[in-house]
Design a binder for this molecule. Structure first.
Ligand SMILES: [Zn+2]
Ligand SMILES: [Zn+2]
Length: 326
């Protein structure tokens, strides 16, 4: 079986090529993912790890209770859910508690639970396999052996939907739309304090089948931006403004790069940096538009300073890691 990389909310692993992300929610500190292919479902759930971590066996009991309740709701009858203990293994260098759920004769349902102190999460992975036993075991082993729940440094890799990029783990997935034709992921970071408020936001958006849907404009990216995108972007980012606009050769594509700094407000003054990169990728036949904003607001008597170094570091890392076609 062939495998491909999958990275989402701080998890990085290899999944079978035919496997797809079918459902997801939350952000890097608390959330879930559901991956599916014919004969195999993998669900990953994670929650913040408390200082006083619960014993894994207790987490397992709560998980079983939950599965049983959901089953009973679905089947509208009492269910006697049997559980066998599994082989305890190491996942991403953490000792994992393991068990096998017995919900039906045809299923093989191993569950793995562990604490990741590095990403401060408690993680539960639940597989439901209808594959031939050997194949199921082999796929599950491959996925678990390749799984990383924490990465070195403060950047994490996202790898899904045929694109890949690195961003700081402090940028939390706050909004998304994953549909045919148009997909976006929005990440946000907010740091409020007594006198100042700082924040960052990043939207990565792409439009598929660009040569058909934007037949007239996909080759003239400046025109596409003005006529098809600018209105939308202004709606989403109320104060966005650009002063410079130039074509650059990055990521082996011709990229329209817009940049601006905006100052707003009389009492609580706000300085906002806005960057946008828009390009057409012929290999994926998508138009990509990446928007980054960073702001700081303070009362007027305090100096406002954007952390330009940090913004530069984030953008450079995003651009150098970005793969728009795979
Ligand atoms: Zn970990
Ligand atoms: Zn590309």
């Amino acid at each position: 079986m062939k495998f491909k990389e999958f990275g989402w909310n701080g998890f990085l692993l290899e999944i079978p090529e035919g496997m797809r992300l079918t459902s997801e929610g939350g952000n890097i500190s608390s959330g879930y993912i559901r991956l599916e292919m014919e004969g195999l479902v993998a669900e990953v759930k994670w929650d913040p790890l408390d200082k006083k971590a619960m014993p894994l066996a207790k987490v397992a009991d709560l998980f079983i209770k939950n599965v049983r309740e959901n089953l009973e709701k679905k089947l509208k009858k009492k269910v006697d859910l049997k559980v066998e203990s599994g082989e305890n293994i190491f996942v991403s260098s953490h000792g994992a508690y393991s068990m096998i759920l017995k919900t039906g004769a045809e299923f093989w349902e191993p569950v793995y639970i562990w604490n990741c102190e590095k990403s401060k999460r408690i993680i539960i992975v639940h597989f439901i396999s209808l594959l031939p036993k050997d194949t199921g075991q082999e796929v599950v082993r491959h996925m678990l052996e390749s799984l990383r729940c924490h990465q070195d440094g403060d950047f994490v890799t996202w790898s899904a939907l045929n694109l890949r990029f690195n961003i700081p783990s402090s940028l939390l997935l706050s909004d998304r739309k994953i549909v045919v034709g148009r997909t976006y992921l929005t990440f946000e970071e907010r740091k409020p304090s007594m006198l100042a408020e700082m924040g960052r936001s990043l939207t990565i958006e792409f439009f598929s089948m660009a040569n058909i849907i934007y037949e007239d404009t996909y080759k003239k990216i400046d025109e596409w931006f003005q006529s098809k995108y600018w209105k939308d972007l202004k709606k989403r980012y109320k104060h966005i403004s650009f002063q410079t606009s130039e074509m650059e050769r990055v990521m082996r594509h011709n990229v329209l790069h817009k940049r601006g700094v905006r100052k707003l407000g009389l009492v609580n003054r706000r300085t906002m940096l806005c960057e946008n990169l828009t390009w057409y990728c012929s290999k994926s036949n998508r138009i990509y538009s990446v928007t980054y904003t960073s702001y700081v607001s303070r009362p007027f008597f305090l100096k406002r300073m954007l952390n330009e170094e940090e913004d530069k570091r984030i953008l450079q890392s995003l651009i150098s890691s970005f793969r728009c076609h795979i």
